[in-house]
Design a protein around this ligand. Structure first.
Ligand code: ADP
Ligand code: MG
Length: 386
């Protein structure tokens, strides 16, 4: 699948610039097995890079300007690297402007380059095409100009670029796009950025995403509200337990012992966060022991927490997960990503994939009049040079 993307990107580059690219970079999207809305709450998450990628082709052009072509949008832009970097109305260019700005502000010296890129990561479905774009650009510029940037710093620079664009994201997406490994999930401590790999062997089950094809506009405002609610909640916890620095240090019993100190809504939010961090630890143990049924149960628990306590679901996602819960061929399902739309992640018994897909697409179309999309994902390597 990626071979065709690589061929097309390279051919487009040759046609546009009349030369063979000097560097080709593949930068993947990501899934998150469990640990949702946890990266900005400084807890554990369990993401992995996938086999859907943005392919970039680069060359130096020996000028002080860079030209970048987005094949999928049939758009291009040019930037003078000697001028102050500013936001632009063409949103996709801002991710690249942001990357250039972050590299410059952090003292990395580079000159003009030409770049063409194209992707098979669905955009805006929660597979983090934006992180793939940022990290792939940084990786490519670093390779082209021999800049020594550690993987962790590529992720941090990518995150800063996204903040500059105006999205106050956590570190998980960029970190997993860069650090992914074939058949490994990454247990990441979002507070310290310490991480460890666990084998991603789902045994008799296939990992399949269902794309609800909706994106409700509540997303941004609710996201910002959750961040504020969690900050307020953490401040209350710290008041009563000064030894606690982050949610990760807080035991559920401690939280329950001070329940009456919280506004009920804030309590629901922080209760979810503390339980979700524990679920990530349990999920790693389940994977290590090959207990995929337990992993599946944890996914359902996460979904109902996201829906009822954290309140970031919507009727389309709830319907998909409720239907999955009632289906014997599916042992785990939850909304993945920020919520209010995007994908669910599902563990489906091997051999039953096709019947599940046709049942769900018919039901979804009948209920909402919307086409459901499916992505079979394979856990794969992080950002790499070809
Ligand atoms: P996602 O969940 O996919 O990260 P975002 O809204 O965070 O969704 O980021 C999507 C944005 O990233 C797009 O609107 C676009 O600006 C940029 N982007 C992603 N993929 C491409 C692409 N193939 N070509 C151009 N821009 C892209
Ligand atoms: Mg994104």
């Amino acid at each position: 699948m990626n071979e065709i993307l690589i061929q097309n990107t390279t051919a487009f580059f040759e046609k546009s610039f009349g030369s063979v690219p000097q560097k080709i970079v593949l930068s993947p999207g990501r899934i998150n097995i469990i640990g949702e809305h946890i990266d900005y709450n400084d807890g554990y998450v369990l993401p992995a890079a996938i086999d859907k990628v943005i392919c970039f082709a680069f060359e130096k052009n020996n000028t002080k300007k860079s030209k970048v072509i987005a094949i999928d949008l049939n758009e291009e832009f040019e930037i003078d690297l000697t001028q102050k970097v500013e936001l632009n109305d063409a949103v996709w260019t801002n991710y690249i402007r942001g990357v250039i700005k972050q590299l410059q502000d952090n003292g990395f010296a580079f000159e003009g380059f030409n770049c063409v890129f194209s992707s098979n990561i669905p955009v805006g479905s929660g597979l983090s095409s934006s992180a793939a774009l940022e990290c792939g650009m940084i990786f490519g510029i670093a390779a082209l100009f021999d800049l020594k940037i550690e993987k962790k710093d590529i992720a941090l620079l990518g995150q800063k670029a996204e903040h500059w664009v105006g999205i106050n994201c956590g570190i998980m997406d960029q970190f997993s796009s860069v650090h992914g490994l074939d058949n490994k999930v990454i247990k990441l401590d979002c507070n310290t950025l310490e991480f460890e790999y666990h084998n991603a062997d789902f045994k008799d089950y296939s990992l399949i995403l269902m794309d609800s094809n909706v994106k409700h506009s509540l997303f941004t405002s609710e996201y910002n509200t959750r961040r504020i609610e969690c900050e307020q909640g953490l401040a209350i916890i710290k008041n009563h337990f000064p030894e606690i620095k982050t949610f990760r240090d807080c035991k559920e019993e401690q939280l329950l012992s001070i329940q009456d100190k919280f506004d009920p809504t804030v309590f629901k939010r922080v209760h979810f966060v503390v339980k979700e961090i524990n679920r990530v630890i349990k999920a790693c143990e389940a994977l290590d022991k090959g207990n995929i049924e337990l992993l599946g149960q944890l996914l359902f628990e996460t979904h109902y927490g996201l829906s009822q306590e954290y309140a970031v679901s919507c009727e389309e996602l709830d319907m998909l997960v409720d239907t999955a819960k009632a289906d014997d061929a599916i042992i785990g399902s939850r909304l993945m990503g920020g919520g209010f739309g995007g994908c669910t992640i599902n563990l489906i018994k091997k051999g039953h994939e096709n019947e599940v897909k046709s049942k769900f697409s018919n039901l979804y179309l009948d209920t909402f009049g919307i086409e459901l999309k499916f992505y079979d994902v394979k856990i794969s390597n992080g950002t790499q040079l070809l």
